[in-house]
Design a protein around this ligand. Sequence first.
Ligand code: FE
Length: 341
Amino acid sequence: MINLTFARVTLLAAVAAMTGCDQPVSQDDDILTVYSGRKEHLVKPLFERFTADTGIEVRYITDGEGPILARLKAEGEQSPADVLITVDAGNLWHAAEENLLQPIESNVLEMNVPEHLQDPNNLWFGLSQRARVMVYNTERTSPQELTTYEALADEQWHGRLCLRTAKKVYNQSLVATLIEAHGYEDTKKIVEGWVRNLAADPFSNDTQAMQAVAAGACDVTLVNTYYFGRLENESPELPLAIFYPNQGEGERGIHVNVSGAGILKYAPKPELALQFIEWLSQDEAQYMFAELNQEFPVNPNVPASDQVRAWGDFVADDVNLRVAGQRQAEAIRLMDEAGYQ
Ligand code: FE
């Protein structure tokens, strides 16, 4: 909390200096400004490495999704921000919808970031992948019982399911992809089944949901892989394991989402912004970006960390992540109608 506040204060001072008329323009030439919805400890080491590699200084703030978008809208053309980094395609889509981003023409990014992990209009590019997977209690459940997201609606899971709240964008994005695959009515039946099977009220975060599974309050939950990675590091003794759903013949694969970046529409330094995002898509930065949070690189030539690779290979749903944004409102309505809170 202290760090976050400090970062904000530093930036506010920096912004004041940058917009002051007595500031010689040349002093600002090598300064890039980033607004990040990704937490400070996950981005700061990358900013430092970028500065070491290029001599370009990075000024930044980190904050929640809502406050950052509100701030960008309030700042308008006067915004000092060049780059937006944020998590979840649903949030990236919002920034694009709010007309805050500009299209990026880059052969480097087209080469390094798979098509389905970038905006079709090149307004944003994914930079790390997280999968939303099942985590189950290894003492109470066998992986043979587990199959698909859809099957968690079956009677067999009655009183055995824990979920994070429907208010979190991760679940909204997952349900958006289910709507894309099955249509609204069939997805609603699936989500109603999940709600019927809940062993406890939805949790406010993924870690609490996994702790409930570990404690035996329920047998299985849905979480982003990096939360499992963190808990695995902190409490390796817990009887928990990852299961990759929807891997059978003809299945769509698991829901993957991204954290990613775009160049802001009124970026004062669009060339530096492009240089930075391209740098993030290349080998060393990709490994680091993913490894800092136990995620998967988007660049297919870059391996995940040893910890992440130990979780095994999977087939991922290759639906374009724009769906997470386009169907977000429907997903929220559907979950509400299904009684998922
Ligand atoms: Fe998260």
